[in-house]
Every structure is written in C-alpha cells, then in structure tokens.
Design a protein around this ligand. Structure first.
Ligand code: DQA
Length: 145
C-alpha cells in the first residue's frame, strides 16, 4: 500500500515550537520513525510538509489514483480550510486526522475541524505517538477493506 503523510503549517518547527504543547521530537524524527514502521509493513510512505495551503492542495490532488490512504495533520488549517476538506473529498482517499496536542483541551477555536466529520478517525493529544497509531490504524483499515 501507499500512504501519504501530510503536515501543515509550522510543523517544520516541531521540537523547538512550544515544546510543552508539541513535544521535543522534530518532524524529521517523526517521519524517520514512521518510514521505518511503514517499511516493516510493506507500506510505501511519502511525506509532504508545507506552510502553504496550495502546496497541500496540490499534494492531495496528485494523490488521486496514486495513494491508498492519507494521514494528515493539517495544523492551523484544520480550523480554517474548507479548501482542504474539498480537496480530500474530491480525491476520495480515506484519511485519518492527527494532532499532537489535545485540541479539545485548548482554545475554543481549536475545537472545530473542517475535516473531522469526513475522516476515518481522528487522533489527538497523544503527541508524536499519534502518528504511529494512525499508521497502524491505516494499515488495518486497508487490509480489511
Ligand atoms: C495541531 C493543533 C492545531 O490547533 C495547531 O494549529 C497546530 C498543531 C497539533 O498537532 O496539535 O499547528 O494540529
């Protein structure tokens, strides 16, 4: 299977950015760990991080027909982007939404997601481990389908 990992704005700063909220792992650490986990399951993992909404949209468009599943941490775009929602629906690729922090324990504007009701599932508050749980869940979902 082919799985696309997408990370939104400011996640390139992981490890340095508000470590009390987002942890000490860098995005490179997370992606390296996940790539290893994927290889062990015969999954080909691709990764795109961008601070630009249109780059994420293009990545989702290009995934159509090429990727079996998307794991996405849309970061702040979670709470703003109808466009990312529409792109995911257009590509018609199942996805899991991941957040490092527990968005429901934070400011009210983080409680709403434009994607969550269309996701296979949402994982939040479990830090970098959340990505590993998402990959495991995606693998099971694809094997079952
Ligand atoms: C985040 C939560 C978002 O509210 C925030 O804008 C982020 C990161 C998380 O992983 O906890 O940038 O998606």
């Amino acid at each position: 299977y082919r799985i696309l990992l997408l990370n939104g704005p400011n996640l390139n700063l992981l490890g340095r950015r508000e470590p009390g909220i987002y942890g000490n792992n860098s995005l490179n650490d997370i992606v390296a760990r996940l790539t290893e986990q994927a290889a062990g399951r015969d999954i080909e993992l691709s990764h795109v991080q961008s601070n630009a909404e249109h780059v994420l949209l293009d990545a989702i468009h290009q995934a159509d027909g090429r990727q079996d599943f998307i794991i996405i941490n849309p970061a702040a775009f979670t709470h703003t982007s109808v466009a990312i929602r529409d792109a995911l629906l257009g590509a018609n690729i199942p996805f899991i939404e991941v957040h490092l922090s527990n968005v429901h324990a934070r400011e009210p504007f983080r409680h709403h997601s434009y994607l969550a009701d269309k996701a296979v599932g949402v994982i939040c508050g479990l830090g970098a481990d959340g990505y590993e749980f998402a990959l495991e869940a995606a693998a099971r979902y694809l094997a079952r389908r």
